[in-house]
Ligand binder design. Structure first.
Ligand code: GDP
Ligand code: MG
Length: 437
C-alpha cells in the first residue's frame, strides 16, 4: 500500500530519525505517482504534494521518533481536507424539498434517485416522491417505476407530457397535496454534454428552484469526470456531487479532482446496483481508501505490468531489427530504478540477469552507467558501434568516468545485445518471459 511505500521511503531514516528535504521530496514523489495513478489530475497531485512538503518541513517531523508515521498522518490529513473535511448531507429544509438530479446518461441518476429516496425514507423518516422527468426514453420512466416499487416509494410520471418543466411542476403540486416532503426529480441525460440537455436541465432548475441540485458522476470515468463536472457546474452551480460506481476496484481519484475543480462537496457515493448501496461521503474514509485499501497499490501494479508488456514488445521488435540502442537501455534502467532495487533491475534488463549476476553492482556503478549514456550523442546511442577511441575519450571525460569504464560498458552492451538476439532466435516467448520476471 501507499503506507508501506512511505515506510519504505523512510526506511533510511530509521536509526538516525531525521528527515531531510531530500527524503521528503523522494517520498512525495511516490505519493504523487500513486495519486496520478489513482486518476488524480497531475497538477492537482503536484499542488497537493507541494502543500504536504511545506507541512512536513514546517512541523517537527524531523525530530519525531517515527517520522514515517507522522508523514503518513500529514498526507492523510491533507488529503481529507482536500476532499472537503466533514461529511455534508443534503438540504431537507424545504416543504417539499426539491432535489434535482443532473448528469450524463448512464452515470447512475435513476439508480441513485431510488437509493436516495430509500435512504431518506428509512433513515430520515421522510415521505419522498420520485419524479420521472426523462421525456425521451419511455424505458427510463418504466425503470423509475421498477425502482419505486422495490422500495415502496410513489413515482410520479406522465408519458403524454413532453415538457419536463411541466412534469416537474405538476409533481411538486402533487407532492404538496399528498404529504410528500421530498421531491426527487430524475432527469434525462445524454451520452456527452450537449446544448439541448444543458438547456433542458437549466430550464427545470430555473422553474422549480430546487433546494438541492446534485451532479451524479460515474467514478470510473476518471479524468473525463472532471470536465463534465465543470460544464454542469458552470450552468447549474450545483450543490453537491454524487460519485457512483465506487464498488469493486474503482479508483477514488476522481473524488479529489472533482472537488478541486468545482469546489463542491461530494455528498454521497454509490457502491453497487442495489437500492441499499449508498453511503454518505466521508472524506477521511475516502482518503484511507485512496491511500491504503489496496486500491492505489493494485492499480500501480497493474499499470506497471501493462508498461512492462508493452515495453517488452517494443524492445523485442527493436532487437529483431538490430535497433536496440543505449536509449532503450537507459529507459529500462530508469524504469526499473523507479520500481526499486538493483535486483529488480537485473531481472528486467534482458540478458543482464545472467550477464551481471556475478558482478557486485551497487547504485554508484549505476550512476556511472547513466552518466556515460548521458554523455553520448543521440547518434552514438542509436549506433553503439560508431563509438571509436576518440569518442570513448570524450564520453569518459563528459561523464567523469574513464575510457576503461566506457569500454567495459560497451563490451557488456554488445554481449547483452548478442544474447538478446540469440534468445529471440530461439523463440520470442522465452524472451518475453525473461522480461516479465
Ligand atoms: P442514468 O442514465 O444516469 O439514469 O443511469 P442509471 O441509473 O440507469 O444507471 C446506469 C447503469 O449503472 C445501470 O446499469 C445501473 O445499475 C448502474 N449503476 C448505477 N449506480 C451504480 C453503482 O453505484 N455501482 C454499480 N456497480 N453500478 C451502478
Ligand atoms: Mg435514467
Amino acid at each position: 500500500s501507499l503506507s508501506d511505500k512511505l515506510d519504505k521511503a523512510f526506511h533510511v531514516l530509521k536509526g538516525h530519525g531525521q528527515i531531510t528535504e531530500v527524503n521528503v521530496a523522494e517520498t512525495l514523489k511516490e505519493v504523487r505517482r500513486a495519486l496520478v495513478d489513482a486518476d488524480v489530475n497531475f497538477k492537482i497531485a503536484k499542488d497537493f504534494t507541494n502543500l504536504v512538503k511545506e507541512k512536513a518541513l514546517g512541523q517537527d517531523v524531523l525530530k519525531t521518533l517515527k517520522p514515517n508515521q507522522l508523514m503518513v498522518k500529514i498526507v492523510k490529513d491533507e488529503l481529507t481536507k482536500l476532499m472537503g473535511g466533514d461529511a455534508e448531507e443534503v438540504d431537507l429544509s424545504g416543504n417539499p424539498s426539491v432535489i434535482l438530479m443532473s448528469g450524463l446518461q448512464g452515470s447512475g441518476k435513476t439508480t441513485f434517485s431510488g437509493k436516495l429516496a430509500n435512504y431518506l425514507k428509512s433513515k430520515k423518516s421522510k415521505q419522498p416522491l420520485l419524479v420521472a422527468c426523462d421525456v425521451y426514453r419511455p424505458a427510463a420512466i418504466d425503470q423509475l417505476h421498477v425502482v419505486g416499487d422495490q422500495i415502496g416509494v410513489e413515482v410520479f410520471s406522465n408519458k403524454e407530457e413532453k415538457n419536463p418543466v411541466l412534469i416537474a411542476e405538476a409533481a411538486i403540486a402533487h407532492a404538496k397535496q399528498n404529504g410528500h416532503n421530498v421531491v426527487i426529480l430524475d432527469t434525462a441525460g445524454r451520452l456527452a454534454v450537449d446544448q439541448v440537455m444543458m438547456n433542458e436541465i437549466s430550464d427545470i432548475y430555473k422553474a422549480v428552484k430546487p433546494q438541492e441540485t446534485l451532479f451524479v458522476v460515474d467514478a470510473m470515468t476518471g479524468q473525463d469526470a472532471v470536465n463534465t463536472a465543470k460544464t454542469f457546474n458552470d450552468v447549474l452551480d450545483f450543490d453537491g456531487v454524487i460519485l457512483t460506481k465506487l464498488d469493486g476496484d474503482t479508483r477514488g481519484g476522481a473524488a479529489i479532482s472533482i472537488k478541486s475543480v468545482v469546489n463542491k462537496p461530494i455528498k454521497f457515493i454509490g457502491t453497487g446496483e442495489k437500492m441499499d448501496a449508498i453511503d454518505v461521503f466521508y472524506p477521511s474514509r475516502m482518503a484511507d481508501r485512496i491511500l491504503g485499501m489496496g486500491d492505489v497499490v493494485s492499480l500501480v501494479e497493474r499499470a506497471q505490468e501493462q508498461y512492462d508488456e508493452d515495453e517488452a514488445r517494443k524492445i523485442q521488435k527493436k532487437i529483431a531489427k538490430d535497433k536496440f540502442g543505449f536509449d532503450d537501455f537507459l529507459k529500462q534502467i530508469q524504469q526499473v530504478k523507479k520500481m526499486g532495487s538493483m535486483k529488480d533491475l537485473m531481472g528486467m534488463i534482458p540478458g543482464a540477469g545472467k550477464m551481471m549476476k556475478n558482478m557486485d553492482i551497487d547504485d554508484d556503478a549505476f550512476k556511472h552507467i547513466e552518466a556515460m549514456i548521458h554523455s553520448m550523442t543521440p547518434h552514438e546511442r542509436e549506433n553503439p558501434t560508431s563509438i571509436n577511441a576518440s569518442r570513448k575519450k570524450r564520453i569518459g571525460k563528459g561523464s567523469g568516468t574513464s575510457v576503461q569504464e566506457v569500454n567495459q560498458l560497451l563490451k557488456q552492451f554488445t554481449q547483452m545485445s548478442k544474447m538478446m538476439k540469440m534468445m529471440q532466435g530461439g523463440g520470442g516467448n522465452k524472451m518475453m518471459e525473461m522480461m516479465k520476471k
